[in-house]
Ligand binder design. Sequence first.
Ligand SMILES: NC(=O)c1ccc[n+]([C@@H]2O[C@H](COP(=O)([O-])OP(=O)(O)OC[C@H]3O[C@@H](n4cnc5c(N)ncnc54)[C@H](O)[C@@H]3O)[C@@H](O)[C@H]2O)c1
Length: 358
Amino acid sequence: MMPDSPQKPLIFDGTDRWTRFQQWLKDEKHSQYFLLTDHNTFHHCAPVFMERVDIPLTHITLPAGEAAKHLGSVQIIWDQLYEKGADRRSLLINLGGGMITDIGGFAAATFKRGLPFANIPTSLLAQVDAALGGKTGIDYHSGKNIIGVFASPEVILSDHQFLTTLPEPEWLSGLAEIIKHGLIADVDLFSALESITDVRQIDPALINRAAAIKNGIVDQDPMEKGLRKVLNFGHTLGHALESMALEAGKPIRHGEAVAVGMLMEGWLSYKVAGLSEGSWRRMAEMIGRFFETSIPVSDTQILFKYLRQDKKNHQGEIRMVLLKDIGEPRIDQVVSNEWIEEVIKMFQGGLLTTDMSG
Ligand SMILES: NC(=O)c1ccc[n+]([C@@H]2O[C@H](COP(=O)([O-])OP(=O)(O)OC[C@H]3O[C@@H](n4cnc5c(N)ncnc54)[C@H](O)[C@@H]3O)[C@@H](O)[C@H]2O)c1
């Protein structure tokens, strides 16, 4: 039986974040500590972590990138936990982007029916989205996040200092989820983002605001019975595009896929959900400034194959989140195959090279 709601994590994101984390470690008296990283975060972020926190660690390091978010990697984690005799007082610390927090959370939640884990997100995307909210999981047969459980970390520690080594395309990927939070919940955040020219210069207050939006929504609906579905805006088509690219062996970044997904679902919102042309143009201009807006879909049927796997579907109908206006999302909107074919056609040509009103 699924729990009604996962426990709420402690969030350490103020200037005393590391002191509070150290104190928490002292209080909890874990039996062992495991630090999960990928090759990049092992290199760039583990030294920062070890400077701040002096505890004996077993390192578990995975290859970087979405292609490693599969069962084989979970097994690498389980093997290490098993060999070192991890018990339910052992702590797995996930130090990385969303790939690491998703897979580490899943491995911890399923090992011996649940080890405690902590998320220390090091990518912008993970700080505003992936590390928050208690969804964990892995990809399966190229399908995104098909296997997973709701499981909450004990602690989330967020430190912008980690972002200094983040490559620019990963900043953009995170920006996509910040834009999403503006589009679904906070028109002022969206307006503030419209004046950004360099994503690396984004005001840290906007990063915190985006994270607070996600935390606020998850607090109200931790198990995604209703309201939380708004966070999937851009993700129905975005996940299908990401899965297609994964299957083709040419993974695209999650945020890049979500950016195009938001454009496609924004256009559908304009066509079928009452989004005004002005609001549609505003979001298209904002996203088009930072992201590639054409989609490499040559075989529409493959895209439909993944759309049909979407977890939000009901009785075979494809459902998505559409916008009535910026900041006013509508969940569970049934979209016909004909409209989906239209939007694919629209974006195959590249949005900015065609008439944006379609
Ligand atoms: N659970 C959720 O609610 C949720 C929400 C959104 C996305 N996600 C998942 O998150 C994943 C995407 O997250 P992501 O974009 O962080 O991907 P990622 O973890 O693959 O990180 C992106 C790249 O940045 C590197 N990196 C991370 N931090 C770094 C740093 N500080 N310095 C240098 N390099 C660094 C990583 O090694 C990787 O190469 C996807 O798997 C997606 O499905 C989950």
